[in-house]
Design a protein around this ligand. Structure first.
Ligand code: IPM
Ligand code: MG
Length: 358
């Protein structure tokens, strides 16, 4: 029987609750498909930091590299300095394991979930490829004369040719794969989203994208500045197939994308280095105000499990998860993909599990 070593990082707030449902689905689909996995639990979180003052120690990052994949719930605690634990755990994984792709599908499963009048599943089905190791997340910068009237704060946006090139290449390859799966009718398309008008060095994206595009003559290319991209995502979301963009812009537009899908509770992501240990998580945060109430929507965590299965090559298991979520949402039983659905976190997990046989 095939077995995988899976790191489990439940984290803070609603993280443990939603990840529990993701793992419930993982257990059920593993039994159906005949594979197993060994969970390796890690305590790192804001809560753990408050108790122990411990962040992720460097040897643990080496240990993560030996796993097949990592599942993460959410990180962030209101009593800890903003971003301290997020940088240690989430960016520790992304940078430490060189997870250079942050793959964020944006898909409306059922019309009633979409807040845009007249738009539905046929219109909103695209993927954001967010560069995940550079840009304004480089951590290069700091303060001068901090706390004085002369204070200066500097942050450097770092864009390497290699980083831009590999993100674009992944996006083009993905567009080709998606087109093959959906069959004839619509050409594959990749849209580059940047801000190369105001931020001139962003033209490293323009040029590396154009170079990669030459290797994919069958793929249509498009470009949007990030502000216009936000406008198009609401006005004509059906124009998008695959978007490739910088780390920060990808962060921002995928929260907008999550709302198009029906709520932060449903959006999943994969932090991927093809062929190496990768990490999967819902895109939402720890949502402290919803924690411990069994009301958070676990579908983002369930989706992350589905993406992990696909990455591991358990494609039939991944397809089962996808069909179960789609079936649940089209049934109309779930009014919204957020904490106001009226469906308990644990019950939602059960509802997915019940549908895995289909
Ligand atoms: C995300 C989150 C993270 C990010 C935070 C928690 C550091 O917003 O995964 O989208 O900015 O990437
Ligand atoms: Mg974000």
């Amino acid at each position: 029987m095939k077995s995988y070593d899976i790191g489990i990082l439940p984290g803070d707030g609603i993280g443990p609750e939603v990840l529990r449902e993701g793992i419930k689905v993982l257990d059920a689909v593993a039994a159906l498909e005949g594979f197993s996995y060994k969970p390796v639990a890690y305590p790192y979180s804001g809560e753990y930091y408050l108790k122990t003052k411990e962040l992720v120690p460097p040897p643990v990052i080496d240990e993560w590299r030996t796993l097949d994949a990592v599942l993460l719930g959410a990180i962030g605690h209101p009593d800890v300095e903003p971003g301290l634990v997020e940088r240690s755990v989430i960016l520790g994984l992304r940078f430490g394991l060189d997870l250079y792709i942050n793959l964020r599908p944006i898909k409306v499963y059922a019309e009633h979930l979409c807040p845009i009048k007249g738009k539905g599943p046929a219109d909103i089905e695209f993927v954001v490829v967010r560069e995940n190791t550079e840009g304004l997340y480089s951590q290069i910068g700091g303060h001068l004369k901090k706390g004085t009237p002369d204070e200066v704060a500097l942050v450097n946006g770092v864009y390497t040719w290699k980083g831009c090139e590999r993100a674009s290449r992944y996006a083009f390859e993905l567009a080709v794969k998606r087109a093959a799966e959906r069959g004839p009718g619509r050409k594959p398309q990749v849209t580059l989203v940047d801000k190369a008008n105001a931020i001139r060095p962003h033209d490293i994206w323009t040029r590396s994208f154009a170079q990669v595009a030459r290797d994919f003559p069958e793929v249509q290319t498009d470009h949007a500045y990030v502000d216009a991209c936000c406008m198009w995502m609401i006005k004509n979301p059906e124009w998008f197939d695959v978007i490739v963009t910088t780390n920060l812009f990808g962060d921002i537009i995928t929260d907008l994308g999550a709302m198009l899908q029906g709520g932060m509770g449903i959006a999943a992501s994969g932090n991927i280095h093809p062929g190496k240990t990768s990490m999967f998580e819902p895109i939402h945060g720890s949502a402290p105000k919803h924690a411990g109430k069994n009301i958070a929507c676990p579908l983002g965590a369930v989706g992350a499990v589905g993406m992990m299965l696909d990455f591991l090559g358990e494609t039939e298991a991944a397809a089962r998860v996808e069909r179960a979520v789609a079936d649940l949402l089209t049934s109309g039983a779930v009014p919204s993909a957020d904490a106001r659905s009226g469906i308990a976190t644990s019950a939602m997990g059960d509802m997915v599990v019940e549908r895995l046989g289909g």
